[in-house]
Each structure stands twice: as structure tokens, then as C-alpha cells.
Design a protein around this ligand. Structure first.
Ligand code: ASP
Ligand code: MG
Length: 417
């Protein structure tokens, strides 16, 4: 059994849905689970809709119409006119509209998940109906009934025990050999919709693969596979044909956006290979990520992560940084939910490079200043270079001011402005 994941870019319009269906049709003799994301930039649009609804803005129903029309246009193209939009898609629109007519609760993250899920629900319904229309028999699954999570809305954690049992019951491969379902969403044990964090569909594919003991997962992308750098930023990229799980985890953790960082662990634990391939040119093999027991050729891999803040802590009384200080500073990071990317210590300073929080940095710093003198620099970029060479470092940092840098045997990390 194979798991396929198609992201938003692959189904951004009717031509995309046809192309994805063509790829799927080539595997119709396999047992298949297809995980699909919301179409194109729908999740961004739904984020705007959630904000409008939550704040009772006048624009709410205008944004809803835009969302609805986008999917009606794609469906009209696929099914022959606006009157042929599949009935399940129409009822999903009605469900969103009904939600929007009710006043929101006071919990933004909860409201977010109750609306954001419709991107994936609708895209998977359109894909499933289209496959049926071209005689590719399949079963649409509402993954929320099987993928169970805690109630941390917008960033829910999987309840593996429940999910394992429910997933294995749902995907039996006896009557059906192809299942179409959603990435990114789940639900609590009391049936409240949750989501796994932006770009979480890759993770869903890995969860399903691991619980169903799949032979492989394939993530179909608009790039030929995993490249050594982001092709939107660099022109001289090369394809990495083979990677170890560890290498892939290091890359995605440092900010490489090609795969969601949480994807690797469930696959690693079950030794399931992950293929990253192009939906534009489906023929070439792309990248395989798996257990590697031989030495791989190590091309420098570089990843740039923006929006970094350097926080520097010093004790007010000019005393040395001790383990107690380090423990206290880290508990502040945890309290404010800050992701630490680099740590460096000198006699009286402790510096941490963190992802800039969405909101409230200044308030956090004020709170930290109760215990330490805190200086901070915003607007930094973190450049991570795996398998670095001096030439590469020089090339990537030439015109920038370096704030903090760190070198291990394999990895260089440099924060610059
Ligand atoms: N549609 C969601 C997002 O855009 C999930 C995903 O694409 O993986 O974040
Ligand atoms: Mg996506």
C-alpha cells in the first residue's frame, strides 16, 4: 500500500486536478491512500475569513463568496458547468455559511480550526468526485473521524493510541482500493475539529503511512525533489537524489520548506521510505529519503530562515552566567513559547537566536527584564549550511553583517542582517 500526498499547488486549478488524477490513474492497480491539501492559496484566504468572522467585520460574506466562487469555477470546468458542482461540495459551502451566521465564541484558535478545515474538505471532495467521473472508483474519507488529537487548536498533537485503532478500521482495503482524504486536520475525542499546524498535510501522510504500515510515501511537489537550496531564492540548485532521514530532519528543522519537519519521525520509526517527486514531470525518480548505510556524496546544502530575533541576557550585577541562569532563561523561552535556533554563551552574556513571535515580542522582553538585562536585535536571517565549505560561507555572507555564528563538524549556522 502506498500513500500519496498532493499539496495545494498541485490542485490550484482544474488543470491541476486533471494532472493529479492522471498521476493517480497510473497507480490504480495499487492500494492507495491519497492525502490532499486545500486548493492553491485557499488556506490563506480562509485565515482572512476567520479573522473577519471573529471580529464581525462587514467583509465576512464577501470573503466567503470569493472562497465559494473559486471552487465553483474549478468544479464548473471539471464537471461541465455550475449546475454540476457535486452535491457534497455544495453542502460543505452551506456548512461554512451556517457557521458564519452564528456569532463566534471568544476562542480564536478554536474558531480558526472550525473554519480552516473546509479548504481540505472541499478539495478532497472535488478530487474524489472527479476521479469517480473518470471511472477511478474511490472512497472519500473524512479524516476527522479517525485522526484524533488533543484540544490544542491550531497546533494539535496526535493521540496515537486512538488514531491507530480508528485508522486501521477505516482503511481496510477490502471493498475499496483507493481512498481520498484530507491532510492537516483532525478532531478531538469529542468531535471538535482541530488542525496540525500550517503545512501539516505532509505530516498527515506520514501518520497514515506509519499506522497502516505503508510500503512508501510520495510527496508530489512543484520541484523535481529535494534540492540543496530553495529554488525561489537561489539559481544554482542541485537535486539531492538520496538522503538519510537524519539529513532530511536537519534540513527541514533548519527551515527548508520542502517537507514539514514532523514528517520524518513516524516514517523513520517504521523504516518507510519517503519519495519527493515532481507532479509537473512525474517520470523522474526525484529524491528518496530512507535508511542509508553507505556514505553519501555531500553537496553543501543551505537553508535561509528569516524573521529571527537575537536575545542577549546579562545578569544585572555583572556576575557570571551559571547553569542556574541558563535554566532560568530557557524556562522563559518555554513560557513564551519561543523556538530557539542557536545558543551562545560568554562570561556574562547568554545569547539566543529565536523565531520572531507573531505578536508581543516587546511585552515578552519587558517580562524577561524583571530578571536580566535584555538586549535584542530583530530582522535577522539564519543561514544554515550543512557540509559547509569556506567558499560557500564567504559567498552566502559576503554583503551581510554577522551577529552570531557557530560551527560544528557538519553544520555552520550564521545569523546575519
Ligand atoms: N492547507 C494547509 C496549509 O496551507 C495544509 C497544507 O497545505 O499542508 O497550511
Ligand atoms: Mg501547502
Amino acid at each position: 500500500m502506498k500513500v500519496f500526498k498532493f499539496g495545494g499547488a498541485s490542485v490550484k486549478d482544474a488543470a491541476g486536478v486533471r494532472n493529479v488524477s492522471k498521476i493517480i490513474s497510473e497507480y490504480k492497480d495499487n492500494d492507495l491512500v491519497v492525502v490532499v491539501s486545500a486548493m492553491g492559496k485557499t488556506t490563506n484566504l480562509l485565515e482572512t475569513l476567520v479573522k473577519a468572522h471573529f471580529n464581525s467585520w462587514d467583509e465576512t460574506f464577501g470573503i466567503f463568496e470569493e472562497f465559494k466562487q473559486f471552487h465553483i469555477d474549478i468544479s464548473s470546468d471539471l464537471f461541465g458547468g455550475p449546475d454540476n458542482v457535486p452535491a457534497p461540495v455544495m453542502s460543505l459551502f452551506a456548512e461554512v455559511e451556517k457557521k458564519l451566521k452564528q456569532p463566534p465564541s471568544l476562542l480564536f484558535d478554536f474558531e480558526y480550526d472550525q473554519i480552516i478545515c473546509f479548504g481540505e474538505l472541499i478539495s478532497s471532495q472535488i478530487l474524489s468526485s472527479y476521479l469517480e467521473s473518470i471511472h477511478l472508483s474511490n472512497r472519500w474519507i473524512d479524516i476527522r473521524a479517525s485522526l484524533r488529537t488533543d484540544d490544542k487548536f491550531r497546533e494539535a498533537s496526535v493521540n496515537w493510541k486512538w488514531t491507530e485503532m480508528l485508522i486501521q478500521n477505516t482503511f481496510q482495503f477490502s471493498e475499496h482500493h483507493m481512498y481520498i482524504t484530507q491532510g492537516f486536520i483532525g478532531s478531538t475525542v469529542t468531535n471538535l475539529t482541530t488542525s496540525l499546524g500550517r503545512e501539516g498535510s505532509d505530516f498527515t501522510a506520514a501518520i497514515l503511512a506509519s499506522l497502516l504500515n505503508a510500503e512508501s510515501v510520495t510527496i508530489w511537489k512543484d520541484v523535481p525533489g529535494v534540492l540543496n537550496a530553495d529554488p525561489k531564492v537561489f539559481t544554482d540548485t542541485v537535486l539531492l537524489k538520496e538522503l538519510s532521514y537524519r539529513e532530511a530532519i536537519e534540513m527541514t528543522y533548519s527551515g527548508a520548506q520542502v517537507i514539514h519537519p514532523k514528517t520524518m519521525k513516524p516514517l523513520y520509526n517504521k523504516s518507510i521510505p519517503l519519495y519527493v517527486r515532481s507532479f509537473v514531470h512525474p517520470e523522474p525518480q526525484g529524491t528518496i529519503i530512507h535508511h542509508v548505510d553507505h556514505t553519501l556524496e555531500l553537496t553543501p546544502v543551505y537553508i535561509v530562515k528569516g524573521n529571527q530575533v537575537l536575545l542577549t541576557f546579562s545578569p544585572y550585577d555583572f556576575s557570571f552566567i551559571t547553569s542556574d541562569d541558563i535554566a532560568r532563561v530557557f524556562s522563559m523561552m518555554s513560557k513564551h513559547n519561543l523556538k530557539v535556533n542557536m545558543v551562545q554563551q560568554s562570561a556574562i552574556d547568554l545569547s539566543l537566536l529565536v523565531d520572531a513571535p507573531e505578536l508581543g515580542l516587546e511585552t515578552m522582553v519587558l517580562d524577561m527584564r524583571k530578571d536580566y538585562e535584555v538586549k535584542y536585535n530583530t530582522g535577522l536571517r539564519l543561514i544554515t549550511i550543512r557540509h559547509y565549505t569556506n567558499e560557500k560561507i564567504e559567498e552566502l555572507t559576503r554583503d551581510s553583517k554577522i551577529y552570531i555564528e557557530q560551527y560544528s563538524r557538519r553544520t555552520a549556522k550564521i545569523a546575519v542582517k
